[in-house]
Design a protein around this ligand. Structure first.
Ligand code: WT7
Length: 654
């Protein structure tokens, strides 16, 4: 648990408590422990009550069928996610309520009411059908943060075609690997997207990827260029590539929502694990929607008049669950922003909050730490008086950042919900309930009602410190890993063999008041600026460089990003060392995976510390990267290696 250091310090000291402000609690959806009690008394009945708040075409016959590690929720029930996110809001006052308020980085804006969304999604659903996409076919989506991303996802849900959204920052190789693993039939992309004033060439990346993707029949291209002269015209491949706007012109606006089984697949989303190959996390329809609906409503205390803004990208699970499915299933008004927080200046987010009267704001600790560094003056220029609730997700939040968020953004008036969950859990699992929980800086506090989470040691005994464990299935849990059920069993269900307990990969502690502190990953997975990156992925990218013989990657503490990547690299004997080799390797990783995986430090070494059986001891490399005293080296084949390496590293770092 070497990543636990910063959080552990605060864990030992932190005893502050922030009760919900009285005005907040007085009007909150939940201001007592009744839901916790209901869920403790009858967990299935509790989740069933939530499922009843959705619209079903056919009711379920059983709430839960649990044959570890496979769960089925709401067995036999039929529903459609797009219907629940759109159609059911059309009868009353929500019909012309803003569903999506979108702002592009250059400042262009578009607003979609629920009625607009119904038309656009139905039309694109018909486009999908016209391109031969049928129920069960996979569709890859590689888009910037434009409304078409949400429309495409909902259209897939409407026809029952699972989507696989690939973050726009991923490289052509990463995109191709994901398309091929899911054997997607269609790719939806754009001619570009804006980031810090420049254009990201998504279509060029997509073209490069699709060359290697035999399953792709067509590429639909969104013209983000409308009004943006910087965009170079995308090259369209005759017969394969089609413009979104041209297809939409002819599409019929009527498309009934396909009745889906509760257990049918809604989407696949790839995430990093401990091997070089990302895992295709599979999410279902009924259970997933039930839990994202319930958590959005309670954790964000969402009300009819709220203006809700989650700053994530739709390429990550946060964007799936808390930009698209959870808020829209609740009939909310959501803000969606395309670009960077510091463009054209560092006040952009606060200007957006003021402009749209944002009431609920959900972001990541890494962003909060960047805002802290940029200073309060950017915040003070905007009127944030409409804000009433703040949220964070993605990594442990250090108490300093929590307090800054509380004082400078929330003006000590807004509860903060620190929400722990993962791509695999689909929805929020550990979180305060803002009208009830007394929050404490740095901790996600307690499990959401209906979630059973605890801390276990290696042998599966309850412990104050150890591994986070989920001891009962939950509706939005992943169902498997696409095409690799064996990896699903091994990764998540084998730590406490045979007991049906889920292992999320995080270390945790319980403080004397019973609060759960999540301390970070205990496996070879890094969390860089809230993004999950497997050390093995970066290592395999490095060794694919012609000069590299071997590489070991570790995380090192970073002020803003939480963690940064340090790579220890052994070169081939034939390698030619030149001045730009470090940059070459950094660029190589960026090209192979994407900018988020670019190592901050590259350290050349003649040898890597290994055990006698040849296993690289990353723990020791991490000690070096963090500038700590090197730990126990007795199992090393050659203990001198690590001392030579430490001297070299310290010499280079100055
Ligand atoms: C990992 C999951 C869930 C959407 C974003 C990340 C870490 C996430 C918290 C939190 C402490 C957190 C964990 C987890 N994490 N939220 N509130 N406190 N740690 O999704 O990429 O699947 O990463 O992020 O380590 O396992 P993800």
């Amino acid at each position: 648990m070497s990543d636990a250091r910063p959080a552990l310090d605060s864990f030992l000291e932190e005893d502050r408590k922030f009760p919900p402000p009285k005005e907040f609690a007085d009007s909150a959806h939940c201001a007592d422990d009744r839901l916790h009690q209901a869920a403790d008394a009858d967990i299935e009945g509790y989740w069933e009550a939530w499922a009843r708040e959705l619209d079903w075409f056919e009711p379920w016959t059983r709430v839960l069928e649990w044959t570890p590690p496979h769960a089925k929720w709401f067995v036999g029930g039929k529903l459609n996610v797009a219907y629940n996110c759109i159609d059911r809001h059309l009868d009353g006052a929500r019909r012309n309520k803003a569903a999506l308020i979108w702002e592009g980085e250059p400042g262009d804006t578009r607003t979609y009411t629920y009625w607009d969304l119904h038309r656009e999604v139905s039309k694109f659903a018909n486009v999908l059908k016209s391109l031969g996409v049928e129920k069960g076919d996979r569709v890859a989506i590689y888009l910037p943060m434009v409304p078409e991303a949400a429309i495409a996802m909902l259209a897939c849900a409407r026809v029952g075609a699972p989507h696989s959204v690939v973050f726009g920052g991923f490289s052509p190789d990463s995109l191709a690997d994901r398309i091929n693993d899911a054997e997607a039939k269609l790719l939806i992309t754009a001619d570009g997207g804006f980031r810090r004033g420049s254009v990201i060439q998504l279509k060029a990346n997509a073209d490069e990827a699709v060359e290697r993707c035999p399953s792709i029949e067509h590429v639909v291209v969104v013209r983000r260029g409308a009004g943006a002269s910087q965009l170079v015209g995308a090259h369209m491949h005759q017969g394969r590539d089609l413009w979104w706007h041209e297809l939409m012109e002819e599409a019929d606006a009527h498309c009934p929502a396909e009745p889906m089984d509760a257990e049918d697949l809604l989407y696949i989303l790839y995430t990093s694990g401990t091997t070089g190959k990302p895992k295709g996390v599979v999410h279902s329809t009924g259970g997933y929607l039930t839990q994202v609906y319930a958590t959005t409503k309670l954790v964000f205390d969402l009300k009819e008049d709220d203006v809700y803004w989650c700053t994530a990208d739709v390429g990550w699970v946060t964007g799936h669950s808390y930009i698209v499915y959870g808020p829209l299933a609740n009939g909310a008004t959501c803000v969606m922003y395309e670009g960077a927080p510091d463009w054209p200046d560092r006040g952009r987010f606060w200007q957006l909050c003021e402009k749209y009267g944002v009431t609920i704001f959900y972001t990541a600790p890494t962003a909060i730490r960047a805002f802290m560094r940029w200073g309060e003056s950017w915040v003070e220029r905007a009127d944030l008086s409409k804000l009433r609730l703040l949220g964070t997700v993605g990594e442990p939040i250090n108490p300093e950042a929590w307090m800054w968020y509380h004082e400078v953004i929330g003006k000590e008036r807004c509860p903060i919900v620190d929400t722990w969950w993962q791509t695999e859990t689909g929805a929020i699992m550990i979180t305060p309930l803002p009208g009830f929980t007394h929050t404490r800086p740095g901790t996600a506090t307690h499990p959401f009602p209906g979630i059973r989470a605890t801390i276990l040691d290696n042998d599966g005994n309850e412990a104050r410190g150890g591994y986070l464990a989920i001891t009962h299935p939950w509706p939005s849990m992943l169902r498997t890993i696409w095409g690799d059920d064996e990896r699903y069993r091994r990764t998540y269900w084998s730590r406490w063999e045979g007991r049906g307990i889920y292992f999320p990969g995080d270390g945790a502690k319980r403080d004397p008041d019973g609060y759960l502190w999540i301390l970070g990953r205990v496996d070879d997975v890094l969390n860089v600026a809230g993004h999950r990156i497997g050390t093995a992925e970066v290592e395999s990218a490095l060794v694919s460089h012609p000069e590299v013989a071997e590489a070991a990657v570790v995380g090192k503490h970073h002020e803003v990003k939480g963690q940064a990547i340090a790579a220890f690299v052994t070169l081939k004997e034939s390698a030619e060392i030149h001045d730009t080799l470090v940059e070459d390797l950094q660029d190589h990783v960026r090209d192979k995976i994407g900018s988020i995986a670019k190592p901050e430090a590259v350290i050349f070494t003649a040898e890597l510390p290994k055990t006698r059986s040849g296993k690289i001891m990353r723990r020791l490399l991490k000690d070096i990267a963090e500038g700590r005293a090197v730990g126990d080296t007795t199992t090393l084949a050659d203990p001198a290696v690590i001392h030579r390496l430490k001297e070299k590293y310290e010499g280079e770092e100055g």
